[in-house]
Write a protein that binds this ligand. Structure first.
Ligand code: KPL
Length: 317
């Protein structure tokens, strides 16, 4: 059944690779989009120059876009796509609290913790979640390249209301303009699988400073990944997610399909920025402790990456 509501105006919060990719794709398809950034400099550059967007087919497009810095608050909209990192989410919670009660939020963070934060500040049925597997690379504050096709899975965290009219019409509209979007009854299982992939690939690539595919070139790193998978699977099972050989194979496939990519954690380490290790490996360790499940490898990686990132932070990127 087609829903009646239309998404009139979308705000993309965050000017990273995923934020710029979706802002450009939505604007190209005719949506009214505003990008909200952390820095005024990036907002000014976007408002003046638009987004320089390289499509998957290699075509370069100049996409005019509205932009403003977060210090001005969030502009009014029907739908907000939150693409900021987990670590930047707490800073925007006060602005989310002030949003109109009809507005809907779709959160696209890596790792875990965001669903609890959002459920704390937004009333029931207003926050939705997404797992994105589209590849994007940000070349600068105004330039993004669509590097690989994927899917945007959208839905409530756990078997909630997946027939919300704003969310439903966004997914229908996105699909109609060629964005592979799927409405799911529950995002939690997808978030767990993404967490597993990120908890293996990200810290190891950040530690050894290698691209994703190099993890499979060496039998020792592959063995370490297996052991990390086993540790995290026991914690996932405690959280109600039974993972098996197919899920392991999917992680191997992600490594292969993104073999030349630098993981987001490695990019953060190289740019001397705070990583998301706390909401990825840190989350597995925390939940493991609660459940009485030992996670020594995840704990070691969590500590080593936290240290490595702290030693680099503040240096010139
Ligand atoms: O999501 C990713 C990330 O880098 O954060 C993976 C899947 C590891 C791709 O690089």
């Amino acid at each position: 059944m087609q829903s009646q509501a239309k998404v009139h105006r979308t705000v993309v919060v965050g000017g990273g690779s995923v934020g710029l990719l979706y802002a450009a794709r939505l604007a190209v398809a005719g949506q009214t989009v505003t990008v909200v950034t952390r820095s005024s400099l990036q907002a000014n550059q976007l408002a003046q120059n638009g987004i320089i967007y390289t499509q998957l087919d290699g075509e370069l497009r100049l996409v005019p876009i509205d932009a403003c810095p977060i210090e001005q608050g969030l502009p009014e909209a029907d739908l907000y796509l939150l693409t900021v990192k987990q670590t930047d989410l707490p800073a925007i919670l006060p602005a989310l609290r002030r949003l109109n009660s009809t507005a809907r939020i779709i959160a696209l963070q890596n790792g875990m913790g965001h669903h609890e934060l959002l459920h704390d500040v937004l009333s029931e049925g207003r926050s939705f979640f997404a797992i994105n597997t589209e590849g994007a690379r940000r070349l600068s504050g105004t330039e993004v390249v669509h590097t690989g096709s994927g899917v945007l899975r959208v839905g409530p965290w756990e078997n909630g209301n997946s027939s919300d009219p704003v969310i439903q019409s966004f997914v229908e509209w996105a699909t109609s303009v060629g964005i592979q979007a799927v409405l799911e009854k529950s995002i939690k299982p997808y978030a767990w699988r993404k967490l597993m992939a990120n908890s293996l690939i990200n810290p190891l690539t950040a530690l050894f400073e290698i691209p994703n595919g190099a993890l499979l070139d060496n039998p020792h790193t592959e063995k370490l990944m297996r052991e990390l998978f086993q540790e995290a699977s026991a914690v996932a099972e405690y959280a109600g997610q039974k993972l098996g050989e197919t899920d392991w194979q999917e992680i191997v496939a992600i490594c292969r399909n993104t073999s030349r990519n630098l993981s987001s954690m490695l990019q953060d380490v190289k740019r001397h920025r705070q990583t998301e290790v706390e909401s990825i490996n840190g989350y597995i360790v925390k939940l493991g402790k609660l459940a009485g499940i030992p996670t020594p490898l995840h704990e070691t990686l969590f500590r080593v990456i936290t240290l490595k990132s702290a030693m680099g932070m503040g240096k010139e990127g």
